[in-house]
Write a protein that binds this ligand. Structure first.
Ligand SMILES: [Ca+2]
Ligand SMILES: [Ca+2]
Length: 490
């Protein structure tokens, strides 16, 4: 019994297993001695069968002996020292939520500890010393940064208790919106003041921007692991190792590399792997949304260091964006600005999407022109925001001058009508006999009785003086042939 009237004793399982019995030291406290607490358990290596009595010293340490166990199996002398332990309310918590750490000064052998506990997180004091209530003290915080933190408690001691420092417990703070598939393995570490989310296995889905947790996140995806986005991301670095993959889906990724070396070559290489010949399902940086609609959409990218910085990015930034094919400047719309970029680089070798290379072959060719023309004057959702390419004089003039008229999509309604005509309309796609249906627009589709005209071969006629690529200059388009649709043909 201690000074407070608490009872102490031992148990032994020697009856059932006399050679390898272990046993415990216990305390019965409370007004009726009904609160049972195990103070120590024996494992044979540190003793077994504590059948003799227990003794306190002046500092509150508790001593006893065991019959068996120890290095030679002949019993041990043991000491139980009052100490401080710490627990966390959560080993893994979401950024911004509160976590409570509880320090306990125990065991309480012959008196109640008093005094304060100083909590430390990652080796630094946090808050003021917390007074013990009973034998515990708590510290609650909701401001821990993302990553794994190491928490300990330092008890200052009192007249009966020596100061003591707890072991360390850990709590990992996860970014908002991070969900992991079964078997996914990841870590969040800090280096040079920035966190790194390293996904080493399985799939992680990010439903919120990592920058909401901490600006400057680095994202590393190891061989075989994958990350899926359902939210735009602002990060400092993106690194794919081996077959690690990033599914940008229908989102955008902004990489702020600042004054570090420009990572665009690695970013572009990962995108080209994901592009996979146009079906957007390769390893690397790909898009399941683009894979489902690869005729019209893809992942575009731009670097602030690119010539002219078409996407208008801040210095030291790269953008990857799910967008329409042809959206060279990544503003979500395919229009005359994008066409101007393509025209300026036509038939040239280039290094990026924002120079008009939408099919990742490092040249701006008829393929890129055709993709742009198909989406011309469309907004991000594919809705019309202006006249289509076949109604745009600048597009037609450029196409005529470069032998690309066959790459200008014809009006869908006109194509359907062509099936019922004498075949004249079907010849419109021949490069030497281009169509130019001035009377037809997306809001004024052709109908029986309409008059439609086709241009002659234009290559010898279309010139804009010294600057034929200026979209603002009207083209000279001679009319070759006109017909009136048969009013009896549906
Ligand atoms: Ca655009
Ligand atoms: Ca190309």
């Amino acid at each position: 019994m201690d000074a407070a009237g608490n009872l102490f004793g031992t148990t032994s399982d020697a009856v059932n297993n006399p050679l390898f019995g272990t046993g415990t030291v216990f305390e019965l406290s409370g007004s009726n001695h009904q609160a049972f607490q195990t103070l120590a358990s024996f494992s044979y290596a540190n003793g077994a069968n504590p059948i003799a009595g227990l003794t306190f010293d002046a500092a509150g340490n508790l001593y006893g002996t065991t019959m068996w166990g120890g290095s030679n199996g002949d019993g041990t002398v043991f000491e139980l020292t009052p100490g401080t332990s710490i627990t966390s309310s959560s080993a893994s918590a979401i950024y911004g939520t509160s976590v409570t750490f509880t320090a306990t000064v125990a065991p309480n052998y012959d008196s109640q500890p008093t005094g304060t506990v100083q909590f430390q997180i990652d080796g630094s004091n946090v808050g003021s010393p917390v007074a013990l209530i009973g034998d515990t003290a708590t510290y609650t915080t909701s401001t821990l940064s993302a990553g794994t933190h190491f928490i300990s408690a330092i008890y200052g001691g009192d007249v009966n208790y020596q100061p003591s420092t707890s072991a360390t417990t850990t709590t990992t703070i996860n970014p908002i919106g991070l969900t992991s598939s079964t078997g996914a393995i990841y870590s969040i570490t800090w280096s040079s003041g920035a966190p790194t989310l390293d996904v080493s296995a399985g799939t992680i889905t990010l439903t919120a921007d990592l920058s909401a947790t901490s600006p400057g996140f680095n994202l590393v995806i190891e061989d075989g692991a994958s990350v899926v986005l359902s939210s735009d991301q602002h990060i400092a670095a993106l690194q794919l190792n081996g077959t690690g993959s990033l599914n940008v889906n229908n989102c955008a990724v902004f990489i702020n590399y600042g004054s570090n070396s420009d990572p665009i070559s690695a970013i572009a290489a990962d995108l080209k792997n994901g592009y996979n010949g146009g079906v957007w399902n390769g390893a690397g940086t790909f898009s399941s949304a683009a894979a489902a609609n690869s005729i019209s959409y893809g992942l575009g990218y731009a670097d602030s260091a690119d010539p002219g910085n078409p996407a208008g990015l801040y210095r030291g930034n790269i953008e990857i964006m799910y967008t329409l094919l042809g959206d060279a400047n990544l503003d979500g719309v395919v229009n005359a600005i994008d066409f101007g970029i393509l025209a300026a680089n036509f038939n040239k070798g280039v290094t990026g999407w924002d120079q008009g290379d939408f099919n990742y072959d490092n040249v701006v060719s008829a393929i890129d022109f055709g993709e742009l023309a198909a989406n011309f004057n469309k907004g991000a959702t594919g809705t019309s925001v202006g006249l289509p390419a076949y109604d745009d004089p600048a597009i037609l003039a450029f196409a005529a001058a470069n032998g690309l008229l066959a790459d200008v999509p014809e009006p869908t309604s006109l194509a359907l009508l062509a099936i019922g005509t004498t075949g004249i309309l079907s010849r419109r796609r021949h490069p030497r006999e281009p169509h130019y249906p001035r009377a037809v627009t997306s809001t004024n589709p052709p109908k029986p009785g309409d008059r439609h005209c086709w241009a002659t071969p234009l290559t010898t006629h279309v010139r804009f003086g010294g600057s034929r690529y200026e979209a603002s200059l009207p083209p000279i388009v001679p009319i070759f042939k006109c017909i009136t649709l048969n009013p009896f043909i549906k």
